[in-house]
Design a protein around this ligand. Structure first.
Ligand SMILES: O=C(O)CCC(=O)C(=O)O
Length: 285
């Protein structure tokens, strides 16, 4: 798409985000890359046969070049940059994929409830890998809830029956369903949401998959408060801030170990350059 139309759609997205707590970006990633992402989900499920597809978490992918290639795509970083500035790191990301007729609901929650971040400056991009709509369990948000305080985990209702993704959530009696908006996306499109915004999704009742990748970006000045280097901490763009976080080196593609992908040769070259640039904040360098 021409740069001018990208610019106008991103500007509209940002003002919408500031008012409503979320925004939608069209025409972001291409169909070939989304086909590779679907292959990647299949590949991960084969490698982790006891893991449900809603739970393909970052710790399964720290050394996974295709995943890092996807979350560091410039088209995604250009969007993240508009919300949290030019110095970007990854805090967390995982696939939340719902099988036909079987995919589970995600209970109402605010992401910041669960995050060890200081300050709570972060933005989530949710990438649709399949078309997502009400029938296959698209994300749903409560507009303008970004102004509410973050609830504590102990204020949530426990529902750990193995039939939903989080095991706990905000009491549905507190949610005015008439105000809820469904985030309908085509594959390759992206929604953006604020850490305080209340959101969730229903089960997949359709004969279609609903695959998505949630990606949480932070400014390089935000600290991830953990003892160990967080499994999905990667420096992505701009300047790192010394003594804030340590990050993993970008993983190179190794034949026989990783899923092959189209541009792995250029990717390996890019990893060398990036790992050289950020060597002072990388683990094991
Ligand atoms: O994928 C979903 O249905 C929910 C996503 C979500 O809760 C998130 O990305 O924070």
């Amino acid at each position: 798409m021409p740069p001018s139309s990208l610019a106008s759609s991103t500007t509209a997205g940002k003002s919408h985000f500031e008012r409503e707590g979320y925004a939608i970006f069209h025409h972001v990633l291409d169909a070939d890359l989304m086909a590779e992402a679907r292959q990647h989900v299949d590949w991960l499920l084969q490698k982790n046969p006891d893991t449900r597809p809603e739970q393909l978490h970052h710790f399964l992918m720290t050394d996974d070049p295709f995943w890092v290639r996807l979350i560091s795509d410039d088209r995604l970083l250009d969007i993240a940059e508009q919300f949290i500035g030019p110095h970007l790191a990854l805090f967390a990301s995982h696939y939340i994929c719902k099988r036909p007729f079987d995919g589970q609901a995600v209970l109402w929650h605010q992401d910041g409830t669960y995050w060890p971040l200081a300050p709570m400056e972060a933005v989530t991009l949710w990438l649709a890998i399949d078309d997502a709509d009400a029938e296959n369990g698209c994300m749903r948000v409560l507009p303008r809830s970004q102004h509410l305080r973050l609830l504590k985990p102990e204020e949530l209702i426990q529902q750990d029956d193995g039939k939903n993704v989080l095991g706990s959530g905000i009491d549905p009696a507190q949610i005015d369903e008439t105000k809820i908006v469904g985030i309908v996306l085509k594959a390759g499109e992206v929604s953006v949401h604020h850490p305080n915004v209340i959101h969730g999704s229903t089960a997949n009742t359709s004969p279609r998959w609903r695959r998505g990748l949630t990606i949480r970006y932070i400014p390089a000045s935000t600290r991830i408060i953990t003892e160990e280097v967080f499994p999905s901490a990667f420096m992505l763009r701009g300047r790192a801030v010394k003594n804030v976080n340590a990050y993993h080196p970008w993983p190179k593609y190794v034949a026989g170990k990783h899923m092959p992908f189209r541009d792995w040769l250029e990717w390996n070259q890019k990893c060398e350059n990036v790992n050289r640039e950020y060597r002072e904040v990388l683990t094991g360098q």
